[in-house]
Design a protein around this ligand. Structure first.
Ligand code: NDP
Length: 318
């Protein structure tokens, strides 16, 4: 594993991080989830990404991760891993369980710590920008989380370039620099290229990409059919079947052929493609099996692209 510095902070993150959005909830197989986390750590993945609402049921991914930590990460191993959690999407009923108020963020962080049985998380994120709450209030909640010792660093996710600029400036004034921005980025989702990557560079913060495989679309599994053990088939999965159009299948097929020429799987090429941008600190992958995670890890054996390959990819994606 290679570790990249998150912006100009002191924190190094692995090029590949593990996300627990799917496959770690109370509806999933705990032993499988535990094996994935153990395999990740044994292969140098020191960073685990969670959120209050991951499950289903919401909260259960944190509970299961807490159990995995208790069984497998005894003693000082807590000091060898970086755990992130977030608040920003609906978590509980009533006016205080959603969006970006200080009330919601700080109660949610306390709940997350209880569920994971932790004294602190390494990174606490505002999961999304709240247009109704003053940005100062949301950032002051992150600042307080850090100053109270419940989080070591503050992060933001799904903020647009302008919101990111303002948020990082407020955090800097408060004395808690923004560590990282977490954004969706993949060959099929290029939005961060429209300003966000420039802002993270200008502000010297890290950038961590989620859904780099576009929830599994950027693999060879959907080229012919929708397999029964896939996220698109799973009623708890967020990948919509209607996202898998003939045109998308055609694109995936062509990308898959290119990946074969590079002696990689499409998943490996898709991860390498995101990591080629030096502003990307890490990619957060999901995995439903140990085999998938190992396959994704092997992307690190070939991260280089020739100019010709990059042009071919652009032609296919055009
Ligand atoms: P990916 O794009 O990596 O998709 C993961 C899924 O793709 C797996 O569950 C599996 O699905 C399939 N897959 C993974 N590896 C392979 C492989 N090597 N070969 C074939 N199929 C593979 O990421 P996610 O969408 O899961 O997101 C990753 C993480 O990002 C989340 O867990 C979360 O931590 C974070 N995230 C953050 C968000 C935010 O708002 N900040 C929003 C969404 C995610 P299958 O079930 O089909 O096997």
């Amino acid at each position: 594993m290679k570790y990249n510095r998150s912006g100009k902070s002191g924190l190094l993150l692995p090029q590949i991080s593990l996300g627990l959005w799917h496959n770690f909830g109370s509806v999933d197989d705990f032993k499988n989830a535990e094996s994935i986390v153990k395999t990740a750590f044994d292969n140098g993945i020191t960073h685990f990404d969670l959120a209050n609402n991951y499950g289903p049921i919401p909260g259960s991914a944190e509970e299961n991760f807490g159990k995995i930590l208790q069984h497998n990460f005894k003693g000082n191993l807590r000091d060898e891993i970086v755990i992130a959690t977030k608040a920003g999407y609906k978590m509980w009923d009533g006016p205080y369980g959603d969006w970006g108020s200080r009330k919601y963020l700080l109660s949610s962080l306390d709940q997350s710590l209880k569920r994971m049985n932790l004294d602190y998380v390494d990174v606490f994120y505002s999961h999304r920008f709240d247009p109704e709450t003053p940005l100062e209030e949301t950032m002051m909640a992150l600042d307080f989380a850090v100053k109270s010792g419940k989080a070591l660093y503050a992060g933001i996710s799904n903020y647009n370039p302008e919101q990111t600029q303002k948020a990082t400036e407020i955090l800097k004034q408060l004395g808690t620099p923004c560590l990282i921005h977490q954004t969706k980025y993949s060959m099929l989702h290029r939005e961060p290229e429209n300003g966000l990557l420039d802002v993270v560079e200008e502000k010297s913060i890290g950038c961590i990409a989620f859904s780099p495989l576009e929830q599994g679309l950027l693999t060879d599994k959907y080229i012919k059919e929708i397999p029964q053990n896939s996220r698109a088939f799973n009623p708890n999965g967020h990948l919509q079947v209607n996202a898998i159009t003939d045109s998308v299948r055609n694109t995936i097929h062509q990308l898959n052929e290119l990946a074969k020429d590079r002696n990689q799987t499409l998943a490996q090429m898709a991860l390498a493609w995101v990591l080629k941008d030096k502003r990307i600190t890490s990619v957060i992958v999901g995995a439903s099996s140990v085999e998938q995670l190992k396959n994704s890890l092997a992307s690190l054996n070939n991260l280089e692209f020739s100019t010709h390959e990059l042009l071919e990819i652009e032609k296919i994606l055009d």
